[in-house]
Design a protein. Sequence first.
Lengths: 159, 67
Amino acid sequence: MQNLSELMRRLIEAQVEFVLVGGFAAVAHGATLVTRDVDICCRFNEANLKRIQKALAGLRPVHRSRPDLPLALTPEPCASLKNLYLKTDLGIVDCLGDVLGVGDFESVFEHSLEVELPFGNCRILDLEALIRAKEAMNRDHDRMTVRQLKEIQRRQRQS
Amino acid sequence: MAEERQSDSTMREAATVWRPATDDDMDVSLLENSLARTPWERMQANDDALRFADSLRAAMVKRNAKP
């Protein structure tokens, strides 16, 4: 069963160093378009990837392109990984090393803001950077999201 | 005649309510409803919508399944 909020809780409680990006970040900002996955930009080092593995333990995480391959990170692949596309019992988690239109983890982190959730704080890509990222992707649903995000931005500037 | 005038007036009122709600093809009332929530509540609303969509999809599959 899909439960993206629970995926967020697990990532935060496992102290994964990440910034929420993509559709779920747009939802957190107020967009009303429903999304089916959690996209995070994270530091791709062994310690952080192990935290991701710990966060998803018990949810039968597998690589989306190779569902026969369970997530079992060892130091060797950790060093060469740039992205990690995962499927779990609670939904899809895409772990990205960089975000189109924004840059690598450091740039993404710089353009993020902290949001308080019931189980801890979470960093979310800020509105301006999220709009840039969505514009760079430029798929149909990205364009719809951009329109909503720009309206949210306009209202924030007014208030 | 009076009824006709009343109906015209009702239609005009409905149109003025409807227009801002769908400004630029965007349902502004939905957006306002979302903005009144906290980020966590918005995330949970997304999950609720997903689960509802999945249950509808499952019901349709069941309905269309051959006996």
